[in-house]
Design a protein. Structure first.
Length: 241
């Protein structure tokens, strides 16, 4: 596969038509684009595929969520590299070319990600970081850092992405702290099939629900770990009334 078409951008989207149009218009048509459109908007698919020949819109079976959207995109990707992101991002042709160039020089890597152009408030990673200086000069110019977590923008070898797909059931272990009075919150929880720990007429954004729920969870853990077994309590007849 030539470097000319060695990268596919994959977006998991839900009625982000404005952003998808903006991205398609701003990027070179040498980059392939796959959009997993969870709104199932057939008109959007028809219009954007007609206007941008390098773009393919996949309508899944329903609103499948981000993890499964990424997996669908990974399985549909035919280029050497894949770039996973949300449609509200902004990236330039130069940044994508730099990612490809850096990847070609590195050859063996897990995930690459660009940082934000303005890092005065946020970085595209978290955890401790340190600049890697073990590479030749032609790679040192990219100022690579090893970090604990990448927040967004995942650039990978497609063959590795296929080997390590996203966990589509990652929400199974998540707990919902509280039910917000915001109108859409109950609908979201119903869709996720999740019950909140608290329903105290709290709102989103305050953080108070999470703080209170964490105390309940800590109490539950202490109770569970400190609960005596029948043997510890010297109970001999477990079925006694």
């Amino acid at each position: 596969m030539s470097k000319k078409n060695s990268l596919t951008l994959v977006f998991g989207a839900y009625f982000s038509h404005k952003h998808i149009y903006r991205i398609c218009k701003s990027l070179s048509n040498k980059f392939k684009i796959i959009v997993i459109e969870n709104s199932l908007d057939k008109k959007f698919k028809k219009n954007i595929e007609k206007k941008f020949k390098n773009t393919k819109v996949i309508l899944p079976s329903g609103n499948v969520g981000l993890a499964k959207s990424y997996n669908i995109g990974i399985k549909s990707c035919k280029t050497k590299y894949i770039y996973l992101n949300c449609p509200d991002m902004s990236i330039t042709n130069k940044a994508l070319n730099d990612l490809i160039s850096c990847a070609e020089k590195l050859k063996n890597f897990c995930v690459l990600a660009p940082n934000y152009s303005d890092t005065s408030n946020f970085n595209n990673y978290s955890g401790n970081d340190f600049q890697l200086k073990i590479f030749p000069k032609n790679i040192q110019k990219y100022k690579l850092k090893k970090v604990d977590y990448i927040d967004n923008s995942f650039f990978m070898l497609t063959k590795k992405a296929r080997k390590y797909l996203f966990d589509e059931n990652f929400l199974d272990h998540c707990l919902i702290s509280h039910l917000s009075t915001e109108p859409g919150h109950l609908k979201i929880l119903s869709y996720l099939k999740k019950d909140p720990i608290l329903d105290l007429n709290l709102r989103l954004g305050e953080g108070s629900g999470a703080a209170i729920a964490s105390l309940i969870l800590k109490s539950a853990i202490v109770t569970h770990n400190g609960m005596s077994t029948f043997s510890d309590a010297h109970v001999t007849n477990k079925n006694a009334s």
